[in-house]
Ligand binder design. Sequence first.
Ligand SMILES: [Zn+2]
Ligand SMILES: [Zn+2]
Length: 444
Amino acid sequence: MRSPVPSVAVSLTAVLLGSAFAPGPDLRDVVHARIRSEYASLRAIYEHLHAHPELSFMEVNTSALMARELRAVGIDVTEKVGRLGVVGVLRNGPGPTVLVRTDMDALPLKETTGVAYASTAVVKDLQGRDQPAMHACGHDVHMTSFIGTARTLVAVRDRWSGTVVFVAQPAEEIVAGARAMLDDGLYTRFPKPDFALAFHDDAMLPAGTVGYREGPLMSGASSLDIVVRGVSGHGSAPQTAKDPVLLASQIVVALQAIVSREVAPGTRAVVTVGTIHGGLKRNIIPDEVKLELTLRAFDPAVMARLVASVRRITDGTARAFGVPEDRMPVVTVEESVGVTANDPALTRRLAKVFTEWMGADRVSKVEPVNAAEDFSLFGQTAERVPSVLWRVGATAPEKFAESTRTGVPVPSNHNSGFAPVPELTITTGVTTMTAAVLELLAKL
Ligand SMILES: [Zn+2]
Ligand SMILES: [Zn+2]
């Protein structure tokens, strides 16, 4: 309760301590001003990164740029952790250790945004094929904000105490980079984190806002390959062959019954066949057809069921088709990643901080999404590091309002037209990440 008369004790203290102990400018004002003054330089970095995308585990120039930028502000940098990962350690006195993560890879898509700094790049993928490339998931926004956060935290280093481990990971899009960095000693060669933080930009939120969620935010994912094998022959004589094109088609259709008939309504699950490749010539029945699938689920038991059902249906359909025993389909799980679940207590703490820094109208609770993230792995080691990933709006507020009015969706992440509005998205990324670190490493 507020005292009706000014406290004598407080006035006396102020007089005795004098101006040397007068509170400095509010930390929030200092940080906001710093971010404003960095923006022009950050924008140039963003445009450069956007115009020069590199694909998963091919981020050679990108990772070199990240290392250079961290070194430029005096951070101790180690490169090539988990192939192309970069680790920057900023030691600033006693206190906890916070891991701040960005991803670095782009996607094999031809950009159609029409922005002045659009990518026209054609680059090599990991298999050596030429691919058009684009930062269609906004990892360039993440990297730019990561550099902005490093610069800001260094600039206000007298206002916090502890250690920040900056992690720029390769190959998020193939959910392999986080695993590679952990396997290469991220938690043994560098300070072990007490907290792990990341954000992801989000076309489905207006720029200038953030979304958070306690508990599961992003789904688990499994990537499956199916090689459907048949017996080749002349297109005019199908009775001499076993046609894998027809069999693969039947498998693709049969798989659709898994989510609709085997998973309880209301339980989140996805089975998508993303690629189908087979055949060389119209009058040849080929030897095999390759399918690539992605499966999504929030519950490990549901994921196990999806994988088992894909195997059963693939095998059963091939048997019904009369495929010889030695030509049965081969199903392989290429990679899988668990659910991204935010630590509830840490999420509540950060949501409060974001509200204080940005205002309640710019912070909202969001629904889980079926996209997957390998950031989850940083919290799933034996150390069980509490981790939070939040979402940062990327779509211009006026475009977002128009889309809500017309019902025409804005280009989502992974769409060739995905064009985050740079200033609001990047500054919100820097502000929230800096605020989160300052909260966890506050000087007591
Ligand atoms: Zn992505
Ligand atoms: Zn992404």
